[in-house]
Design a protein around this ligand. Structure first.
Ligand code: NCD
Length: 466
């Protein structure tokens, strides 16, 4: 199996078998780090970090140096031509001609995909806004796998800022694919984004249930579970008995508690000084709970106040080990993408049909991604990026941005193949009308507003196909 010349933009770019092969190689590299020197001799890694980073950038650079390669780096937008108004695509093309592999961190969601589309060399997403951070997920899975041998059937609790945490978003999809159950414990107002919930609900075969309304007794204040995803390998009938299922899950214990900090750089500054104090904290008191007896306490780091220092010496705390695993995991990934190592597939993790194919919508009308932080909405990038979506549902009509995965529910639609091609039949419709289902995806036109739909109907609107 070869990952040569592939990109890692989202965790779904790797199949379960490929992840397992990567972990096996990481094991080998961890056991013989010195012997790997020279594997990537003559190769150059460009690390482009336009957001703060300690672990991710340094572990990628250390990984490349341990493989005998070299590193060129930039860590400040202000020091690059992006500050002069250069587009990400132009930067990608240029850096792609200087280096053999790019690692990019950028505050805009979808920026890593744009770099991958234009660089012509392998690109690794080291975090794009609040979207995804797939290599952190590889480190997280590798840590759990080392401690528990398998992910299948485990119960993993995700804690803190589930709304903005990109590590959480990548991790959720991987856990679902690998057959783990997930307990969601968000801070107040920091629940999973709707589009992530929806994907979990529709594309994985488990059961997802909101359970915030259930009465779980006083101890639930310490461990505030708001939703759970039960893997299909579990025998619980969540839909019928959510309360009982939750208690059964908890009695069996939580295998890992994955804590995250409040991503304050991704939300509007709060005027309420109490807000930060309300953020849930993992400390000795919480870990006294019976369900945490054998729990691995994890955190992608950096921590702020959400994880008490008093538990650092507790044998259940694994977060510094998790950070250390960044070296072998990123060595293995770099060597595989550069074609320096080709490994065989293990059948231990069977493939999970997670890549659902949807029709594409790329007609150039006024409709844009609803996420203002999406790369497709940035002034420097709109000159060449045309909004593009997958049509994930026709009831209600739902388009998913291919850059950031945010969803859009257009209100007005039409067909480019209107009845008999006569102007009196050229009509737009409400997206909720029965006509929407009848329009074939390749003929679908969606409008950003009723004015735009009217203009199209009267023959003045421009809705061209790419
Ligand atoms: C994470 C990130 O950047 O998203 N850090 C990391 O890469 N280990 C988590 C965070 O910043 O909270």
């Amino acid at each position: 199996m070869s990952l040569t010349n592939r990109d890692l933009v989202t965790i779904d770019d790797l199949s379960n078998e490929e992840m397992e092969a990567l972990f096996c190689l990481a094991d080998e590299m961890a056991d013989s780090t010195d012997a790997q020197y020279g594997l990537c001799r003559g190769k150059i890694m460009a690390t482009l970090f336009f957001e703060p980073s300690t672990r991710t950038r340094l572990s990628f650079e250390a990984a490349m140096l341990r493989l005998g390669g070299s590193v060129i780096s930039t860590v400040d937008v202000g020091a690059t031509s992006l500050a002069k108004g250069e587009s990400i695509a132009d930067m990608a093309k240029v850096v792609g001609s200087y280096a053999d592999i790019i690692v990019i961190r950028h505050p805009w969601e979808g920026a890593a995909k744009v770099v991958a589309d234009y660089a012509g060399i392998p690109v690794i997403n080291a975090g794009d806004g609040g979207h995804e951070h797939p290599t952190q997920t590889l480190c997280d899975l590798y840590t759990i796998r080392k401690e528990r041998q398998t992910l299948k059937g485990l119960r993993i609790a995700l804690w803190g800022d589930l709304k903005h945490g990109r590590t959480i978003h990548s991790l959720i999809y991987a856990l679902a694919r690998l057959g783990a159950s997930i307990l969601f414990c968000p801070g107040s107002g920091l629940e999973l984004p709707e589009h992530v919930m929806r994907r979990l609900n529709t594309e994985y075969r488990g059961e997802l249930k909101k359970c915030g309304h259930l009465n779980h007794g006083p101890d639930r204040k310490l461990f505030p579970i708001d939703a759970m995803y039960i893997t299909p390998t579990s025998h619980h009938q969540l839909a019928m008995l959510p309360d009982i299922s939750l208690n059964v899950e908890l009695q069996a214990g939580v295998d890992a508690l994955y804590v995250t900090r409040l991503q304050k750089e991704r939300q509007a500054p709060t005027t309420d000084p109490q807000e930060r104090k309300k953020y849930p904290v993992v400390d000795k008191e919480l870990l006294k709970g019976k369900e945490f007896e054998k729990t691995l306490v994890m955190h992608p780091l950096p921590r702020v106040d959400e994880l008490a220092y008093e538990i650092d010496s507790d044998p259940r705390s694994k977060y510094f080990k998790q950070a250390a695993h960044g070296i072998p995991v990123r060595m293995a990934l770099t060597a595989m993408l550069l074609g320096a190592r080709v490994v065989s597939i293990s059948s231990k993790y069977p493939s999970f049909a997670h890549k659902v194919e949807y029709p594409i919508y790329r007609r150039h009308s006024g409709v844009r991604c609803s996420n203002l932080n999406c790369v497709s909405n940035q002034e420097t990038e709109t000159k060449y990026i045309k909004p593009e979506f997958t049509i994930v549902s026709d009831e209600p009509l739902t388009l998913r941005c291919i850059y950031c995965q945010h969803e859009l529910y257009p209100e007005y639609v039409a067909s480019s193949d209107w009845h008999q091609g006569t102007l009196e039949h050229k009509k737009y419709h409400s997206a909720r009308s029965r006509w929407t289902k009848k329009i074939r995806p390749e003929n679908l036109i969606v409008f950003a507003s009723e004015d735009e739909a009217r203009a199209w109907q009267s023959g003045n609107g421009a809705c061209t196909k790419e």
